[in-house]
Design a protein around this ligand. Structure first.
Ligand SMILES: [Zn+2]
Length: 281
């Protein structure tokens, strides 16, 4: 390589970037016109620079795209988080209002409750037959509770708890198929009094409430004329009356057990609460 060519080629990078003086530029232009070697060197250099520039462009584009995707992902995550918080918040509001309504309903000194347990067919053949019935008449501290059920031998049994006017009585009635009903006074052997109170959904603590709001499905449904909230926890669905916060139905999907609960406030009279053995059913 000629000495001049060497100098020219050293200057070529600055020449391409237009960093050389006017005189140097003219000198290089003159040389390039007559030297094929340096022309070739110039072309190679330009090509190399373009390739490098393209590579840089590609990287920049990649970073830009990555940045855009990251932003979209952030927005999606934010939307998910906000909708989750809103959903949980909404459920907490529902649970709070049910709890408040139940507090009000529970203060009643006069109520009647009835709870019937059914099977949807997996346990007893006749799905319409109640497996057990619990009933309570309650008025100003006096009550009459009845628990009726069929035992494993098909015997109908009924336990009546009575507490009124300072008197306590417990009777057990058993009826064998086609036979007379036998009443037994078990007042002294019975363990404890039983009042079937209106049943609330179960919230033990604020933590428990939050757990329910996060993990359980809560939706609004209608049972007959009543507006209810259905709270679903695994296999158990609990239907809670919107106005009173009282549970009116519990369905265990897995076992096929259905509890139908009925309640009435303010309609119990003194003659509803009478000594049970006198009720000859
Ligand atoms: Zn040359």
């Amino acid at each position: 390589m000629k000495k001049e060519c060497k100098i020219i080629q050293d200057l070529l990078p600055n020449y391409i970037e237009e960093l050389v003086s006017e005189d140097t530029k003219l000198f290089i232009d003159e040389h390039l016109k007559k030297c094929e070697n340096c022309q070739e060197a110039l072309e190679n250099m330009k090509e190399k620079l373009t390739t490098n520039a393209e590579k840089v462009d590609k990287t920049v584009n990649c970073l830009k795209r990555y940045n855009r995707e990251l932003k979209v992902l952030q927005i999606i995550l934010l939307i998910i988080l906000v909708s989750f918080v809103l959903k949980v918040g909404h459920k907490v509001i529902i649970l709070n209002s049910l709890e408040n309504n139940f507090e009000k309903a529970l203060n009643s000194q006069n109520f009647y409750t009835k709870c019937e347990e059914y099977s949807s067919g997996k346990i007893v053949e006749n799905a319409a037959r109640a497996m057990s019935t619990k009933e309570t008449y309650y008025k100003d501290g006096d009550y009459l509770s009845t628990f009726s059920f069929s035992d494993e031998n098909g015997r109908k049994r009924e336990i009546n708890y009575y507490e009124a006017n300072g008197e306590k009585k417990t009777f057990l009635s058993s009826t064998n198929a086609g036979q007379e009903t036998i009443h037994e006074d078990i007042t002294n052997s019975s363990e404890e009094k039983v009042i079937y109170r209106p049943n609330c959904y179960i919230v033990e603590s604020e933590y428990n409430k939050l757990y329910m709001a996060i993990f359980m499905d809560i939706d609004k449904v209608q049972i007959g004329k009543d507006n209810c909230y259905r709270i679903r926890d695994g296999n158990v669905e609990r239907y809670i009356d919107e106005k009173t916060g009282i549970t009116i139905k519990v369905v265990n999907i897995k076992d096929g057990i259905i509890l139908d609960m009925y309640y009435e406030v303010g309609n119990v009279n003194e003659d509803d609460i009478i000594i049970p053995v006198e009720i000859d059913k």
